[in-house]
Design a protein around this ligand. Structure first.
Ligand SMILES: [Zn+2]
Length: 585
Protein backbone atom coordinates (compact mmCIF):
# COMPACT_ATOMS: atom_id res chain seq x y z
CA UNK A 1 0.00 0.00 0.00
CA UNK A 2 1.46 3.37 -0.99
CA UNK A 3 0.68 6.52 0.96
CA UNK A 4 -1.56 7.73 -1.86
CA UNK A 5 -4.07 5.05 -0.97
CA UNK A 6 -6.89 6.14 1.28
CA UNK A 7 -6.79 4.78 4.79
CA UNK A 8 -10.05 2.84 4.36
CA UNK A 9 -10.69 -0.62 2.90
CA UNK A 10 -9.19 -1.51 -0.50
CA UNK A 11 -10.82 -4.15 -2.73
CA UNK A 12 -8.98 -5.80 -5.58
CA UNK A 13 -11.43 -7.52 -7.92
CA UNK A 14 -10.27 -10.01 -10.57
CA UNK A 15 -12.42 -11.76 -13.13
CA UNK A 16 -10.39 -14.79 -12.09
CA UNK A 17 -12.29 -17.68 -13.62
CA UNK A 18 -15.02 -16.62 -16.07
CA UNK A 19 -15.76 -20.22 -17.08
CA UNK A 20 -16.51 -21.07 -13.46
CA UNK A 21 -18.24 -17.68 -12.96
CA UNK A 22 -15.91 -16.83 -10.08
CA UNK A 23 -14.58 -13.45 -9.05
CA UNK A 24 -11.52 -13.37 -6.81
CA UNK A 25 -11.68 -10.55 -4.27
CA UNK A 26 -8.79 -9.40 -2.09
CA UNK A 27 -9.77 -6.99 0.63
CA UNK A 28 -6.99 -5.10 2.38
CA UNK A 29 -7.80 -3.33 5.64
CA UNK A 30 -4.84 -1.06 6.38
CA UNK A 31 -5.81 -0.43 9.98
CA UNK A 32 -7.99 -3.27 11.26
CA UNK A 33 -9.51 -3.55 14.68
CA UNK A 34 -8.47 -6.45 16.88
CA UNK A 35 -10.94 -9.26 16.10
CA UNK A 36 -12.14 -7.39 13.00
CA UNK A 37 -15.67 -8.14 11.85
CA UNK A 38 -16.78 -8.09 8.21
CA UNK A 39 -20.17 -8.81 6.63
CA UNK A 40 -21.92 -8.96 3.27
CA UNK A 41 -25.29 -7.15 2.74
CA UNK A 42 -28.49 -9.18 2.67
CA UNK A 43 -30.20 -6.82 0.19
CA UNK A 44 -29.47 -4.12 -2.36
CA UNK A 45 -31.14 -0.70 -2.00
CA UNK A 46 -33.82 -0.18 -4.66
CA UNK A 47 -34.84 -3.85 -4.69
CA UNK A 48 -36.79 -4.65 -1.54
CA UNK A 49 -36.13 -8.33 -0.98
CA UNK A 50 -33.69 -10.09 1.33
CA UNK A 51 -31.50 -11.90 -1.19
CA UNK A 52 -28.73 -13.26 1.09
CA UNK A 53 -25.85 -12.39 -1.23
CA UNK A 54 -23.44 -14.21 1.12
CA UNK A 55 -24.72 -17.54 -0.16
CA UNK A 56 -22.43 -17.06 -3.15
CA UNK A 57 -19.32 -16.17 -1.13
CA UNK A 58 -16.79 -18.99 -0.60
CA UNK A 59 -13.23 -19.88 0.42
CA UNK A 60 -12.73 -16.92 2.75
CA UNK A 61 -9.24 -16.75 4.29
CA UNK A 62 -7.22 -14.03 6.00
CA UNK A 63 -3.53 -13.18 6.45
CA UNK A 64 -1.60 -10.71 8.53
CA UNK A 65 2.16 -10.10 8.31
CA UNK A 66 2.21 -12.86 5.70
CA UNK A 67 0.77 -15.43 8.10
CA UNK A 68 -2.70 -16.97 8.07
CA UNK A 69 -5.11 -15.83 10.77
CA UNK A 70 -8.29 -17.64 11.75
CA UNK A 71 -11.68 -16.59 10.33
CA UNK A 72 -14.77 -17.44 12.38
CA UNK A 73 -18.19 -17.31 10.78
CA UNK A 74 -20.66 -15.55 13.11
CA UNK A 75 -23.87 -15.95 11.14
CA UNK A 76 -25.02 -16.42 7.52
CA UNK A 77 -23.39 -13.18 6.37
CA UNK A 78 -20.72 -12.10 8.85
CA UNK A 79 -17.28 -13.22 9.99
CA UNK A 80 -14.82 -12.32 12.73
CA UNK A 81 -11.11 -12.46 12.04
CA UNK A 82 -8.46 -13.20 14.68
CA UNK A 83 -6.23 -10.26 13.78
CA UNK A 84 -4.33 -7.62 15.73
CA UNK A 85 -4.70 -3.88 15.14
CA UNK A 86 -1.04 -3.17 14.36
CA UNK A 87 -0.67 -4.48 10.78
CA UNK A 88 -2.67 -4.54 7.53
CA UNK A 89 -5.18 -7.37 7.28
CA UNK A 90 -5.65 -9.12 3.93
CA UNK A 91 -8.90 -11.05 3.41
CA UNK A 92 -9.39 -13.20 0.29
CA UNK A 93 -12.51 -14.90 -1.00
CA UNK A 94 -14.35 -15.95 -4.13
CA UNK A 95 -17.82 -14.92 -5.25
CA UNK A 96 -19.88 -17.04 -7.60
CA UNK A 97 -21.58 -14.74 -10.13
CA UNK A 98 -24.16 -16.23 -12.46
CA UNK A 99 -27.31 -14.11 -12.08
CA UNK A 100 -27.96 -12.11 -15.23
CA UNK A 101 -30.03 -9.42 -13.47
CA UNK A 102 -29.22 -5.86 -12.41
CA UNK A 103 -29.30 -6.78 -8.71
CA UNK A 104 -26.40 -9.12 -8.14
CA UNK A 105 -23.36 -10.23 -10.15
CA UNK A 106 -22.50 -11.99 -13.40
CA UNK A 107 -19.32 -13.35 -14.95
CA UNK A 108 -18.78 -15.48 -18.02
CA UNK A 109 -16.45 -15.42 -21.01
CA UNK A 110 -18.61 -12.76 -22.69
CA UNK A 111 -19.22 -10.20 -19.96
CA UNK A 112 -18.93 -9.25 -16.30
CA UNK A 113 -21.16 -7.15 -14.05
CA UNK A 114 -21.35 -6.69 -10.32
CA UNK A 115 -22.83 -4.66 -7.52
CA UNK A 116 -20.65 -4.01 -4.48
CA UNK A 117 -23.37 -5.58 -2.34
CA UNK A 118 -22.48 -8.93 -3.90
CA UNK A 119 -18.67 -8.60 -3.93
CA UNK A 120 -17.53 -6.18 -1.23
CA UNK A 121 -17.49 -7.24 2.40
CA UNK A 122 -18.38 -4.35 4.70
CA UNK A 123 -15.61 -3.66 7.22
CA UNK A 124 -17.14 -3.04 10.63
CA UNK A 125 -16.55 0.53 11.98
CA UNK A 126 -14.86 1.65 8.71
CA UNK A 127 -18.06 2.22 6.71
CA UNK A 128 -17.61 6.00 6.77
CA UNK A 129 -13.98 5.95 5.50
CA UNK A 130 -13.03 6.32 1.82
CA UNK A 131 -13.05 2.95 0.02
CA UNK A 132 -10.88 2.00 -2.96
CA UNK A 133 -11.90 -0.44 -5.71
CA UNK A 134 -9.17 -1.87 -7.94
CA UNK A 135 -10.42 -3.52 -11.12
CA UNK A 136 -7.82 -5.84 -12.63
CA UNK A 137 -7.79 -6.07 -16.45
CA UNK A 138 -8.33 -9.75 -17.39
CA UNK A 139 -5.35 -10.93 -19.45
CA UNK A 140 -7.45 -13.41 -21.39
CA UNK A 141 -9.73 -10.62 -22.70
CA UNK A 142 -7.59 -7.73 -23.96
CA UNK A 143 -10.62 -6.12 -25.65
CA UNK A 144 -12.66 -5.85 -22.42
CA UNK A 145 -13.38 -2.47 -20.88
CA UNK A 146 -14.63 -1.43 -17.45
CA UNK A 147 -17.30 1.18 -16.69
CA UNK A 148 -18.63 2.45 -13.35
CA UNK A 149 -19.99 5.64 -11.80
CA UNK A 150 -17.18 5.65 -9.22
CA UNK A 151 -14.60 8.42 -9.28
CA UNK A 152 -11.43 7.23 -11.06
CA UNK A 153 -8.29 7.53 -8.96
CA UNK A 154 -5.76 5.90 -11.25
CA UNK A 155 -7.23 4.20 -14.30
CA UNK A 156 -6.13 3.33 -17.81
CA UNK A 157 -7.74 3.95 -21.18
CA UNK A 158 -9.96 0.87 -20.94
CA UNK A 159 -11.25 1.85 -17.51
CA UNK A 160 -9.32 -0.71 -15.47
CA UNK A 161 -7.39 0.54 -12.43
CA UNK A 162 -8.36 2.07 -9.10
CA UNK A 163 -11.53 3.98 -8.23
CA UNK A 164 -12.48 5.80 -5.08
CA UNK A 165 -15.70 5.94 -3.08
CA UNK A 166 -16.33 8.40 -0.25
CA UNK A 167 -17.72 5.60 1.93
CA UNK A 168 -19.17 2.08 1.82
CA UNK A 169 -22.61 3.41 0.75
CA UNK A 170 -21.13 5.00 -2.34
CA UNK A 171 -19.01 1.93 -3.13
CA UNK A 172 -22.04 -0.35 -3.25
CA UNK A 173 -24.14 2.25 -5.05
CA UNK A 174 -21.85 2.17 -8.10
CA UNK A 175 -22.14 -1.11 -10.01
CA UNK A 176 -19.44 -2.13 -12.49
CA UNK A 177 -19.84 -3.30 -16.09
CA UNK A 178 -17.03 -5.33 -17.74
CA UNK A 179 -16.69 -6.63 -21.27
CA UNK A 180 -16.56 -5.55 -24.90
CA UNK A 181 -18.72 -2.42 -24.69
CA UNK A 182 -20.42 -0.13 -27.17
CA UNK A 183 -19.90 3.32 -25.69
CA UNK A 184 -20.88 6.94 -26.36
CA UNK A 185 -20.74 10.22 -24.47
CA UNK A 186 -22.95 13.30 -24.40
CA UNK A 187 -23.66 16.28 -22.18
CA UNK A 188 -26.92 17.18 -20.49
CA UNK A 189 -27.40 20.16 -18.19
CA UNK A 190 -23.67 20.85 -18.61
CA UNK A 191 -22.77 17.45 -17.09
CA UNK A 192 -20.96 14.61 -18.91
CA UNK A 193 -23.10 11.51 -19.46
CA UNK A 194 -22.03 8.16 -20.88
CA UNK A 195 -23.95 5.17 -22.23
CA UNK A 196 -22.34 1.75 -22.45
CA UNK A 197 -24.17 -1.13 -24.07
CA UNK A 198 -23.30 -4.82 -23.86
CA UNK A 199 -24.67 -7.44 -26.23
CA UNK A 200 -25.48 -5.24 -29.25
CA UNK A 201 -26.01 -6.53 -32.77
CA UNK A 202 -25.06 -5.11 -36.19
CA UNK A 203 -28.47 -3.42 -36.53
CA UNK A 204 -28.10 -1.28 -33.38
CA UNK A 205 -28.68 2.45 -34.05
CA UNK A 206 -26.60 3.85 -31.19
CA UNK A 207 -26.76 7.40 -32.49
CA UNK A 208 -30.54 7.44 -32.22
CA UNK A 209 -30.51 5.96 -28.73
CA UNK A 210 -28.01 8.58 -27.55
CA UNK A 211 -30.03 11.45 -29.07
CA UNK A 212 -33.23 10.26 -27.40
CA UNK A 213 -31.64 9.56 -24.02
CA UNK A 214 -30.04 13.01 -24.10
CA UNK A 215 -33.48 14.59 -24.64
CA UNK A 216 -34.84 12.68 -21.64
CA UNK A 217 -31.94 13.82 -19.45
CA UNK A 218 -32.28 17.46 -20.53
CA UNK A 219 -36.02 17.42 -19.83
CA UNK A 220 -35.53 15.96 -16.35
CA UNK A 221 -32.73 18.29 -15.35
CA UNK A 222 -34.97 21.18 -16.46
CA UNK A 223 -37.85 19.64 -14.48
CA UNK A 224 -35.88 19.66 -11.21
CA UNK A 225 -33.49 22.58 -11.61
CA UNK A 226 -34.57 24.73 -14.57
CA UNK A 227 -31.24 26.10 -15.88
CA UNK A 228 -29.11 25.12 -12.89
CA UNK A 229 -26.82 22.09 -12.72
CA UNK A 230 -27.97 18.69 -11.49
CA UNK A 231 -26.57 17.34 -8.18
CA UNK A 232 -24.03 14.94 -9.76
CA UNK A 233 -20.73 15.42 -11.60
CA UNK A 234 -21.19 12.65 -14.14
CA UNK A 235 -23.76 10.00 -15.05
CA UNK A 236 -23.46 6.51 -16.54
CA UNK A 237 -26.11 4.34 -18.23
CA UNK A 238 -25.14 0.65 -18.34
CA UNK A 239 -27.44 -1.24 -20.69
CA UNK A 240 -27.28 -5.00 -21.06
CA UNK A 241 -29.01 -6.08 -24.27
CA UNK A 242 -30.25 -9.68 -24.02
CA UNK A 243 -32.60 -11.92 -25.95
CA UNK A 244 -35.43 -11.57 -23.50
CA UNK A 245 -35.33 -9.39 -20.41
CA UNK A 246 -36.44 -6.14 -18.87
CA UNK A 247 -35.48 -4.24 -15.76
CA UNK A 248 -33.44 -1.52 -14.17
CA UNK A 249 -31.94 -0.47 -10.89
CA UNK A 250 -31.31 3.12 -9.93
CA UNK A 251 -28.11 4.46 -8.40
CA UNK A 252 -26.85 7.91 -7.37
CA UNK A 253 -25.02 8.67 -10.62
CA UNK A 254 -25.64 5.60 -12.74
CA UNK A 255 -28.18 2.97 -13.59
CA UNK A 256 -28.00 -0.66 -14.70
CA UNK A 257 -30.60 -1.60 -17.32
CA UNK A 258 -31.61 -4.83 -19.05
CA UNK A 259 -33.60 -4.78 -22.27
CA UNK A 260 -34.38 -7.04 -25.18
CA UNK A 261 -32.17 -6.57 -28.26
CA UNK A 262 -35.37 -6.42 -30.29
CA UNK A 263 -36.34 -3.22 -28.45
CA UNK A 264 -33.17 -1.33 -29.38
CA UNK A 265 -33.47 1.19 -32.24
CA UNK A 266 -32.36 -0.24 -35.60
CA UNK A 267 -30.33 1.37 -38.36
CA UNK A 268 -32.47 2.47 -41.28
CA UNK A 269 -35.71 2.20 -39.31
CA UNK A 270 -37.00 5.43 -37.78
CA UNK A 271 -40.24 4.02 -36.37
CA UNK A 272 -40.83 4.09 -32.62
CA UNK A 273 -41.86 0.53 -31.86
CA UNK A 274 -43.77 -0.29 -28.69
CA UNK A 275 -40.64 -2.01 -27.42
CA UNK A 276 -38.47 1.06 -28.01
CA UNK A 277 -40.97 3.32 -26.23
CA UNK A 278 -40.90 0.86 -23.31
CA UNK A 279 -37.08 1.07 -23.26
CA UNK A 280 -37.18 4.88 -23.26
CA UNK A 281 -39.75 4.71 -20.44
CA UNK A 282 -37.30 2.55 -18.47
CA UNK A 283 -34.47 5.03 -19.08
CA UNK A 284 -36.76 7.88 -18.01
CA UNK A 285 -37.86 5.98 -14.89
CA UNK A 286 -34.39 5.12 -13.63
CA UNK A 287 -33.01 8.60 -14.39
CA UNK A 288 -35.89 10.24 -12.47
CA UNK A 289 -34.88 8.11 -9.47
CA UNK A 290 -31.56 9.99 -9.43
CA UNK A 291 -33.59 12.66 -7.64
CA UNK A 292 -36.61 10.75 -6.42
CA UNK A 293 -35.36 7.96 -4.09
CA UNK A 294 -31.59 8.29 -4.38
CA UNK A 295 -31.50 11.83 -2.92
CA UNK A 296 -35.03 12.77 -1.92
CA UNK A 297 -35.72 9.49 -0.07
CA UNK A 298 -37.69 7.94 2.79
CA UNK A 299 -36.43 9.13 6.20
CA UNK A 300 -36.01 5.39 7.00
CA UNK A 301 -33.42 5.16 4.20
CA UNK A 302 -31.28 8.01 5.58
CA UNK A 303 -28.86 5.26 6.70
CA UNK A 304 -29.31 1.82 5.19
CA UNK A 305 -29.10 -1.23 7.40
CA UNK A 306 -27.64 -3.79 4.99
CA UNK A 307 -28.27 -6.74 7.28
CA UNK A 308 -32.07 -6.75 7.23
CA UNK A 309 -35.29 -5.32 5.78
CA UNK A 310 -35.53 -1.51 5.81
CA UNK A 311 -39.25 -0.74 5.98
CA UNK A 312 -40.89 2.33 4.47
CA UNK A 313 -44.53 3.27 3.90
CA UNK A 314 -43.49 5.67 1.15
CA UNK A 315 -42.71 3.52 -1.90
CA UNK A 316 -46.01 4.68 -3.43
CA UNK A 317 -44.35 8.09 -3.57
CA UNK A 318 -40.88 7.05 -4.69
CA UNK A 319 -41.88 4.32 -7.14
CA UNK A 320 -45.41 5.47 -7.94
CA UNK A 321 -44.65 9.14 -8.60
CA UNK A 322 -41.54 8.10 -10.55
CA UNK A 323 -43.78 5.82 -12.65
CA UNK A 324 -46.18 8.73 -13.23
CA UNK A 325 -43.41 10.98 -14.47
CA UNK A 326 -41.45 8.43 -16.54
CA UNK A 327 -43.98 8.34 -19.41
CA UNK A 328 -45.31 11.87 -18.84
CA UNK A 329 -41.82 13.30 -19.35
CA UNK A 330 -41.44 11.23 -22.56
CA UNK A 331 -44.60 12.98 -23.75
CA UNK A 332 -43.38 16.40 -22.66
CA UNK A 333 -39.98 15.84 -24.31
CA UNK A 334 -41.90 15.15 -27.53
CA UNK A 335 -40.81 11.53 -27.84
CA UNK A 336 -44.35 10.16 -27.83
CA UNK A 337 -47.60 11.82 -28.92
CA UNK A 338 -50.71 12.31 -26.80
CA UNK A 339 -52.63 9.23 -28.05
CA UNK A 340 -49.58 7.06 -27.28
CA UNK A 341 -49.34 8.56 -23.80
CA UNK A 342 -53.05 7.92 -23.18
CA UNK A 343 -52.59 4.32 -24.34
CA UNK A 344 -49.85 3.82 -21.75
CA UNK A 345 -52.04 5.44 -19.07
CA UNK A 346 -54.99 3.24 -20.09
CA UNK A 347 -52.81 0.18 -19.51
CA UNK A 348 -51.84 1.33 -16.02
CA UNK A 349 -55.46 2.10 -15.09
CA UNK A 350 -56.74 -1.27 -16.31
CA UNK A 351 -53.97 -3.08 -14.45
CA UNK A 352 -55.14 -1.49 -11.20
CA UNK A 353 -58.86 -1.92 -11.92
CA UNK A 354 -58.31 -5.62 -12.66
CA UNK A 355 -56.57 -6.21 -9.33
CA UNK A 356 -59.02 -7.21 -6.58
CA UNK A 357 -56.23 -6.63 -4.03
CA UNK A 358 -56.75 -2.87 -4.41
CA UNK A 359 -59.76 -3.35 -2.07
CA UNK A 360 -57.61 -5.21 0.46
CA UNK A 361 -54.44 -3.17 0.73
CA UNK A 362 -53.61 0.54 0.57
CA UNK A 363 -50.51 1.73 -1.27
CA UNK A 364 -48.93 2.71 2.07
CA UNK A 365 -49.42 -0.88 3.33
CA UNK A 366 -48.24 -2.27 0.02
CA UNK A 367 -45.04 -0.21 0.37
CA UNK A 368 -44.35 -1.49 3.87
CA UNK A 369 -45.03 -5.10 2.89
CA UNK A 370 -42.97 -4.98 -0.34
CA UNK A 371 -40.39 -7.35 1.20
CA UNK A 372 -42.84 -10.22 1.59
CA UNK A 373 -45.56 -9.35 -0.94
CA UNK A 374 -44.65 -7.32 -4.05
CA UNK A 375 -41.23 -9.01 -4.26
CA UNK A 376 -42.61 -12.49 -3.51
CA UNK A 377 -45.49 -12.79 -5.91
CA UNK A 378 -47.61 -15.92 -6.02
CA UNK A 379 -51.05 -17.05 -7.20
CA UNK A 380 -52.73 -14.90 -4.53
CA UNK A 381 -50.87 -11.64 -5.21
CA UNK A 382 -53.58 -10.06 -7.35
CA UNK A 383 -56.20 -10.86 -4.69
CA UNK A 384 -54.30 -9.62 -1.64
CA UNK A 385 -52.04 -6.80 -2.80
CA UNK A 386 -51.95 -3.68 -4.92
CA UNK A 387 -48.85 -2.49 -6.73
CA UNK A 388 -47.37 0.72 -5.29
CA UNK A 389 -45.97 1.32 -8.80
CA UNK A 390 -49.22 1.33 -10.77
CA UNK A 391 -51.65 2.58 -8.13
CA UNK A 392 -48.95 4.97 -6.87
CA UNK A 393 -48.73 6.43 -10.40
CA UNK A 394 -52.51 6.91 -10.40
CA UNK A 395 -52.33 8.60 -6.98
CA UNK A 396 -49.80 11.02 -8.51
CA UNK A 397 -52.15 11.56 -11.47
CA UNK A 398 -55.06 12.34 -9.10
CA UNK A 399 -52.97 14.84 -7.13
CA UNK A 400 -51.69 16.49 -10.31
CA UNK A 401 -55.11 16.79 -11.93
CA UNK A 402 -56.74 18.01 -8.69
CA UNK A 403 -54.05 20.63 -8.13
CA UNK A 404 -54.35 21.83 -11.72
CA UNK A 405 -58.15 22.12 -11.44
CA UNK A 406 -57.88 24.18 -8.29
CA UNK A 407 -55.37 26.40 -10.05
CA UNK A 408 -52.86 27.19 -7.29
CA UNK A 409 -50.09 24.84 -8.28
CA UNK A 410 -49.12 21.63 -10.12
CA UNK A 411 -47.52 18.39 -8.98
CA UNK A 412 -44.32 19.51 -10.77
CA UNK A 413 -44.10 22.47 -8.40
CA UNK A 414 -44.88 20.25 -5.40
CA UNK A 415 -41.98 17.93 -6.36
CA UNK A 416 -39.60 20.89 -6.59
CA UNK A 417 -41.05 22.30 -3.34
CA UNK A 418 -40.31 18.99 -1.62
CA UNK A 419 -36.79 18.98 -3.03
CA UNK A 420 -36.23 22.45 -1.58
CA UNK A 421 -37.90 21.71 1.77
CA UNK A 422 -35.96 18.47 2.35
CA UNK A 423 -32.76 19.80 0.74
CA UNK A 424 -32.72 16.85 -1.61
CA UNK A 425 -32.50 14.42 1.33
CA UNK A 426 -34.64 12.27 3.64
CA UNK A 427 -38.37 13.09 3.75
CA UNK A 428 -41.51 11.93 5.56
CA UNK A 429 -45.15 11.82 4.48
CA UNK A 430 -45.67 14.93 6.64
CA UNK A 431 -43.30 16.84 4.34
CA UNK A 432 -45.43 15.91 1.33
CA UNK A 433 -48.56 17.04 3.19
CA UNK A 434 -46.89 20.31 4.23
CA UNK A 435 -45.75 21.22 0.70
CA UNK A 436 -49.18 20.35 -0.73
CA UNK A 437 -50.80 22.67 1.80
CA UNK A 438 -48.28 25.45 1.29
CA UNK A 439 -48.48 25.48 -2.52
CA UNK A 440 -52.00 24.11 -2.99
CA UNK A 441 -53.73 26.71 -0.84
CA UNK A 442 -55.43 24.17 1.45
CA UNK A 443 -54.78 20.98 3.40
CA UNK A 444 -55.03 17.70 1.44
CA UNK A 445 -55.53 15.55 4.55
CA UNK A 446 -58.69 13.96 3.15
CA UNK A 447 -57.07 13.03 -0.18
CA UNK A 448 -53.98 11.56 1.50
CA UNK A 449 -56.17 9.50 3.85
CA UNK A 450 -58.39 8.22 1.02
CA UNK A 451 -55.90 7.71 -1.80
CA UNK A 452 -52.74 6.71 0.08
CA UNK A 453 -54.12 5.02 3.18
CA UNK A 454 -57.53 3.95 1.87
CA UNK A 455 -58.77 1.26 -0.50
CA UNK A 456 -61.70 2.96 -2.21
CA UNK A 457 -61.65 3.76 -5.94
CA UNK A 458 -59.69 6.83 -7.05
CA UNK A 459 -61.71 9.63 -8.72
CA UNK A 460 -59.96 9.00 -12.03
CA UNK A 461 -62.95 9.30 -14.32
CA UNK A 462 -64.15 12.75 -13.28
CA UNK A 463 -60.61 14.13 -13.08
CA UNK A 464 -59.65 12.88 -16.55
CA UNK A 465 -62.87 14.12 -18.10
CA UNK A 466 -62.35 17.58 -16.66
CA UNK A 467 -58.90 17.61 -18.31
CA UNK A 468 -60.19 16.93 -21.81
CA UNK A 469 -59.86 13.13 -21.78
CA UNK A 470 -62.84 10.90 -22.51
CA UNK A 471 -63.15 7.65 -20.56
CA UNK A 472 -64.69 5.02 -22.86
CA UNK A 473 -65.82 1.48 -22.11
CA UNK A 474 -64.47 -1.43 -24.14
CA UNK A 475 -65.49 -5.08 -23.88
CA UNK A 476 -62.89 -6.90 -21.82
CA UNK A 477 -61.00 -10.07 -22.68
CA UNK A 478 -62.59 -13.40 -21.82
CA UNK A 479 -59.98 -14.06 -19.07
CA UNK A 480 -61.04 -10.86 -17.31
CA UNK A 481 -64.71 -11.71 -17.75
CA UNK A 482 -64.17 -15.14 -16.16
CA UNK A 483 -61.93 -13.78 -13.42
CA UNK A 484 -58.81 -15.78 -14.25
CA UNK A 485 -55.27 -15.28 -15.41
CA UNK A 486 -54.17 -18.24 -17.45
CA UNK A 487 -51.24 -19.36 -19.54
CA UNK A 488 -51.82 -21.06 -22.86
CA UNK A 489 -49.07 -23.17 -24.39
CA UNK A 490 -49.06 -26.20 -26.71
CA UNK A 491 -52.82 -26.54 -26.53
CA UNK A 492 -52.87 -26.60 -22.75
CA UNK A 493 -54.57 -23.95 -20.56
CA UNK A 494 -53.28 -23.62 -17.00
CA UNK A 495 -54.82 -21.21 -14.49
CA UNK A 496 -52.23 -18.99 -12.83
CA UNK A 497 -54.59 -16.93 -10.68
CA UNK A 498 -58.28 -17.14 -9.88
CA UNK A 499 -59.46 -13.62 -9.15
CA UNK A 500 -61.44 -12.85 -6.01
CA UNK A 501 -65.19 -12.75 -6.50
CA UNK A 502 -65.09 -13.82 -10.17
CA UNK A 503 -67.07 -16.47 -12.06
CA UNK A 504 -64.17 -18.94 -12.02
CA UNK A 505 -63.85 -18.68 -8.24
CA UNK A 506 -67.58 -19.23 -7.84
CA UNK A 507 -67.33 -22.29 -10.06
CA UNK A 508 -64.65 -23.76 -7.78
CA UNK A 509 -61.71 -23.43 -10.19
CA UNK A 510 -58.30 -22.98 -8.59
CA UNK A 511 -54.82 -21.83 -9.48
CA UNK A 512 -52.74 -24.57 -11.17
CA UNK A 513 -55.85 -26.27 -12.57
CA UNK A 514 -55.51 -27.35 -16.16
CA UNK A 515 -58.66 -26.36 -17.99
CA UNK A 516 -59.14 -29.43 -20.14
CA UNK A 517 -62.56 -29.02 -21.70
CA UNK A 518 -66.11 -27.79 -21.59
CA UNK A 519 -69.52 -29.45 -21.77
CA UNK A 520 -72.39 -27.53 -23.34
CA UNK A 521 -75.91 -28.88 -23.85
CA UNK A 522 -74.78 -32.49 -23.76
CA UNK A 523 -71.72 -32.11 -26.01
CA UNK A 524 -68.20 -32.22 -24.54
CA UNK A 525 -65.26 -30.40 -26.13
CA UNK A 526 -61.53 -30.46 -25.57
CA UNK A 527 -60.33 -26.85 -25.05
CA UNK A 528 -57.08 -25.78 -26.72
CA UNK A 529 -57.50 -22.05 -26.33
CA UNK A 530 -59.57 -20.30 -23.69
CA UNK A 531 -61.25 -18.08 -26.29
CA UNK A 532 -62.72 -21.23 -27.90
CA UNK A 533 -65.01 -21.47 -24.87
CA UNK A 534 -67.30 -18.96 -26.59
CA UNK A 535 -67.14 -20.95 -29.82
CA UNK A 536 -68.52 -24.00 -28.02
CA UNK A 537 -70.87 -22.19 -25.59
CA UNK A 538 -72.75 -20.05 -28.11
CA UNK A 539 -75.55 -18.29 -26.26
CA UNK A 540 -75.54 -20.78 -23.37
CA UNK A 541 -74.84 -19.07 -20.06
CA UNK A 542 -74.39 -22.25 -18.03
CA UNK A 543 -71.62 -24.67 -18.98
CA UNK A 544 -69.61 -27.38 -17.26
CA UNK A 545 -65.88 -26.79 -17.01
CA UNK A 546 -63.76 -29.94 -17.08
CA UNK A 547 -60.51 -29.43 -15.28
CA UNK A 548 -57.58 -31.58 -14.20
CA UNK A 549 -56.29 -31.10 -10.65
CA UNK A 550 -53.74 -33.46 -9.15
CA UNK A 551 -54.54 -35.95 -11.94
CA UNK A 552 -58.25 -36.04 -11.08
CA UNK A 553 -60.72 -34.87 -13.71
CA UNK A 554 -63.31 -32.61 -12.13
CA UNK A 555 -66.55 -31.24 -13.55
CA UNK A 556 -67.43 -27.77 -12.27
CA UNK A 557 -70.62 -25.85 -13.07
CA UNK A 558 -69.71 -22.45 -14.47
CA UNK A 559 -72.06 -19.51 -14.98
CA UNK A 560 -70.67 -17.36 -17.82
CA UNK A 561 -71.03 -13.74 -16.82
CA UNK A 562 -72.40 -11.14 -19.24
CA UNK A 563 -69.68 -9.16 -20.98
CA UNK A 564 -67.52 -6.99 -18.73
CA UNK A 565 -65.78 -3.81 -19.75
CA UNK A 566 -62.40 -2.15 -19.42
CA UNK A 567 -61.37 1.46 -19.87
CA UNK A 568 -60.02 3.21 -22.91
CA UNK A 569 -58.90 6.83 -22.78
CA UNK A 570 -59.26 9.15 -25.76
CA UNK A 571 -58.43 12.78 -26.35
CA UNK A 572 -61.71 14.76 -26.38
CA UNK A 573 -60.58 18.35 -25.90
CA UNK A 574 -56.98 18.71 -27.08
CA UNK A 575 -56.59 22.31 -25.90
CA UNK A 576 -57.62 21.46 -22.33
CA UNK A 577 -55.45 18.33 -22.23
CA UNK A 578 -52.52 20.32 -23.62
CA UNK A 579 -52.16 22.32 -20.39
CA UNK A 580 -51.40 19.05 -18.57
CA UNK A 581 -49.69 16.94 -21.26
CA UNK A 582 -48.00 19.63 -23.26
CA UNK A 583 -45.61 21.44 -20.99
CA UNK A 584 -43.88 21.55 -17.69
CA UNK A 585 -46.02 23.22 -15.00
ZN1 LIG B 1 -38.34 2.47 -9.81
Amino acid sequence: MSTQHPAGPHYRVEAADPSAHLYQVTLTVAQPQGAQRVSLPAWIPGSYLVREFARHLQKITARQNGKPVAVHQLDKASWQIDCVPSAPLVVSYEVYAFDNSVRTAWLDTQRGFFNGTSLCLKVDTQEHLPHALELVAPRAFPHWEAATGLEPLKTGKRGFGTYRAADYDELVDCPVELGPLWSAEFRAGGVPHRIVVAGTTASFDGERLVADVQKICEAQIRFWHDRRRPPFKSYLFMLNAVDDGYGGLEHRNSTALIASRRDLPRLGDSRSTEGYVTLLGLVSHEYFHTWNVKRLRPAEFAHYDYARENYSQLLWFFEGFTSYYDDLLLRRAGMIDEPTYLKLLTKTINQVLQTPGREVQSVAQSSFDAWVKYYRQDENTANATVSYYTKGALVALCFDLTLRLEGHTTLDQVMRGLWARCKGGPMAEADFAAVLKELGGRAFTREIAAWVHGTRELPLKELLERHGVAVLDEPSQLQQRLGVRASEANGSIVLKTVLRGGAAEQAGLAANDEWVGVEVAGAAWRLGKLDDLLLYAGTHRKVTAIIARDRRLLRQELALPASASTWRLALRDAATAQAWLGQQG
